[in-house]
Design a protein around this ligand. Structure first.
Ligand SMILES: Cc1cc2nc3c(=O)[nH]c(=O)nc-3n(C[C@H](O)[C@H](O)[C@H](O)COP(=O)(O)OP(=O)(O)OC[C@H]3O[C@@H](n4cnc5c(N)ncnc54)[C@H](O)[C@@H]3O)c2cc1C
Length: 386
């Protein structure tokens, strides 16, 4: 089996090396052998969150005093990339939405009490998080969301709905974006709230059957006069859009890292397959056009990976990375499409058969140019900054 088409990054930091080894071991011992069963179940078992929590892999960016490790962006990149190499996109989605996209809001903006209440259990994988922004009529256009939160005595009353929510079925902690000021222009009147699973006004309505990411559960949520206390407000009232956009930078970095991990895995599988598959009296690999094609995909994947790593470094240096992160989200996720479809092509009919890793990877890859910032939206962010 071909291992690692990319050179191993020179991780000078001992913590990062340890993270990579731990995730890689867990992927090989638990995710690859069991991923297919989780795809069928439509859900990643709770034990997986607990296992990764025990290994300290779910709160790597979060403050040490609340159960995290206080590490930088490279930690998220290593996690995303190694999980991506695991080839089960749904598992990667469920875990990284929890660690890097939903709970991250509490780590970034929560009060000390909110952090104390939620973060230790989330970092330990005892409680699972979901981020609830998208609505039936507002996806890419986040500022168009309509779910309303209205002051009600000393709390808030929330009405509305969300759709396509990863971990929506089995989350314990929902970060919900609501419009709190309908008179404020577009993005200005949005606030974030923390909603507990057992809130009687929360209805988890529907689990979607999906083209890919089948091991992650994706739900529709309804809020029917859902009352939340005053201390459910996350950060400042009216600043939710800004919070969503700033946490998106991390989400997009992780999406790029996942993509790069998946590119590496797809290419490794294809090098192996074409080396052993005989046609016209030689292996497919012996055809120059075949191996050049794979080498080209590897070169593009390596370029995407460099972009991911350099953005992580820029984030850790505290620089403004909106333009570069938008470039990497667009480039890495589009490169992934080219890689998985090119690799599937070289698997011939085998690549079209359900149950082969490349078939699943091609399905899983599709969402990555849509979710978390569609390619067109990312390129607009780049163009605005040119
Ligand atoms: C499996 C899955 C998991 C998800 N998980 C979550 C989650 O956990 N939380 C959450 O809040 N949301 C989640 N989403 C929602 C996801 O983020 C949205 O689907 C995404 O933002 C796109 O929004 P939309 O589907 O409404 O598409 P639209 O906004 O309607 O866009 C449709 C298409 O139009 C094009 N387009 C959009 N805007 C522009 C533009 N400005 N210029 C040019 N072209 C444009 C793009 O090609 C885009 O794909 C998930 C979605 C899926 C399918």
């Amino acid at each position: 089996m071909t291992e690692f088409i990319f050179n191993e990054p020179d991780l000078r930091d001992e913590d990062l090396r340890l993270i990579r080894d731990q995730v890689r071991r867990y992927v090989n011992e638990m995710i690859i052998p069991n991923g297919e069963a989780w795809e069928k179940a439509g859900m990643v078992p709770r034990q997986v969150f607990r296992d990764l929590g025990k290994l300290g892999l779910l709160g790597m960016r979060h403050p040490v005093e609340y159960g995290g490790s206080g590490l930088g962006a490279m930690a998220s990149v290593i996690l995303g990339e190694e999980l991506g190499r695991g080839s089960f996109g749904g598992v990667t989605a469920a875990l990284t939405v929890h660690s890097d996209m939903s709970i991250a809001h509490i780590a970034h903006r929560g009060s000390p009490e909110q952090k104390q209440r939620y973060l230790p259990a989330a970092c330990a994988g005892e409680k699972v998080g979901a981020i609830c922004v998208t609505e039936p009529h507002a996806g890419s256009d986040v500022a168009g969301l309509k779910t309303r939160a209205v002051r009600d005595g000393d709390g808030w009353l929330i009405n509305g709905s969300k759709t396509f929510i990863t971990n929506g079925i089995h989350a314990d902690i929902y970060i919900v974006a609501c419009r709190t000021d309908p008179t404020a222009k577009g993005s200005r009147g949005i606030s974030l709230f923390i909603v507990d699973r057992d809130n009687p006004g929360l209805k988890v309505a529907h689990e979607f059957e999906k083209h890919g990411w089948r091991a992650s559960d994706t739900a529709e949520l309804f809020f029917d006069n859902m009352r939340v206390p005053a201390d459910a407000l996350l950060g400042e009232e009216g600043r939710g859009f800004y919070y969503i956009m700033s946490t998106f930078q991390n989400e997009r970095l992780v999406a790029g890292a996942m993509s790069v991990g998946q590119c590496g895995k797809a290419i490794e599988l294809t090098v192996d397959y074409t080396r052993q598959r005989q046609a016209f009296g030689q292996s497919l690999w012996d055809q120059q056009v075949v191996r050049n094609k794979i080498a080209w995909l590897a070169a593009k994947s390596a370029a995407a990976r460099s972009l991911v790593y350099s953005c992580a470094q820029m984030i850790d240096e505290g620089r403004d990375t909106v333009r570069e992160v938008s470039m990497l989200k667009a480039y890495a996720c589009e490169t992934l499409q080219e890689v998985v479809h090119g690799c599937l092509q070289l698997h011939g009919g085998t690549g079209f058969i359900v149950g082969t890793p490349i078939e699943r990877m091609a399905r899983d890859a599709r969402i990555l140019t849509i979710g978390g910032g569609a390619t067109e939206v990312m390129l607009e962010e780049v163009a605005k900054r040119m």
